[in-house]
Design a protein around this ligand. Structure first.
Ligand SMILES: Nc1ncnc2c1ncn2[C@@H]1O[C@H](COP(=O)(O)OP(=O)(O)OP(=O)(O)O)[C@@H](O)[C@H]1O
Length: 228
């Protein structure tokens, strides 16, 4: 007899494992983890923000507001200022004018993963997770991005896509409700992009926020579009 179990993500239909897809237990675990922001307020807003770099105005009057479970997709041609916008959101670059406000810790996935190349992967991610007070979250974060078998491998030996996923593990392990993702799909194969989309969806369904700058297609259902 086939036992149908309700989809743990609450889609109201039985969970059917796709070929090569995650097991029921894995999905349920991931979903439970993603639910950790319920009841915690998260927010991110830009009010009339302008950005000037090297004396050149990149954008001005930028406004948007994200609440729990929401996402924004930042798009635009090369040099439009997508990375600059993410850096402003992360507090690494001051806006020329306007105000950025929000609730909850922010985690940044930038072009470089900022992981010590000489350390083993788990140790390198743990370095940041400790600072964020979530050292115990590293193992699960590596498993979530499918890198658990490479935990002892020095970061410098990882492939481009693996390094990207390692950066994502760092974001997950931070426990921050606000994710700032700069070109998260760069270097990822098609399967890893699907995983990335699922992780962002899980994060949002748990009340997290995602601000995503990308020039590659990423499915972000019901996201606001910020076009530069
Ligand atoms: N530190 C800096 N000093 C001066 N100008 C800078 C600095 N960093 C970036 N810029 C300029 O700001 C502009 C926007 O750069 P940014 O990286 O934000 O664009 P982007 O939209 O992310 O581009 P891409 O799609 O190519 O990644 C570029 O013209 C870049 O040369």
């Amino acid at each position: 007899m086939v036992r149908h179990r309700r989809d743990p993500r609450g889609f109201g239909r039985p969970y059917r494992r796709a070929r090569g897809g995650p097991s029921f237990r894995a999905v349920r675990r991931r979903h439970a983890r993603a639910g950790r922001f319920r009841g915690v307020s998260a927010g991110l807003s830009f009010a009339d923000v302008a950005c000037v770099r090297g004396g050149r105005s990149l954008f001005e009057g930028l406004r948007f507001a994200l609440g729990p479970g929401e996402a924004a997709l930042v798009t635009g041609p090369n040099g439009a200022g997508k990375s600059s916008l993410i850096r402003i959101a992360a507090g690494l670059l001051p806006p020329a004018t306007g105000r950025v406000a929000g609730d909850g810790a922010r985690a940044l996935l930038a072009e470089t993963a900022a992981l010590d190349p000489e350390l083993g992967l788990a140790a390198a991610v743990r370095f940041w997770a400790r600072i964020d007070g979530h050292a115990a979250a590293v193992e699960a974060a590596l498993a979530t991005v499918g890198l658990e078998k490479l935990a002892q491998v020095p970061v410098r030996l990882l492939s481009t896509g693996q390094r990207r996923r390692a950066g994502f593990a760092r974001v997950i392990a931070s426990g921050a409700p606000v994710w700032l993702l700069d070109e998260p799909a760069n270097g990822l194969d098609a399967g890893s992009v699907r995983t990335l989309e699922t992780l962002i969806a899980d994060h949002r369904s748990g009340g997290g926020i995602a601000l995503v700058a990308t020039h590659l297609p990423i499915a972000l259902p019901h996201a606001q579009e910020v076009r530069l």
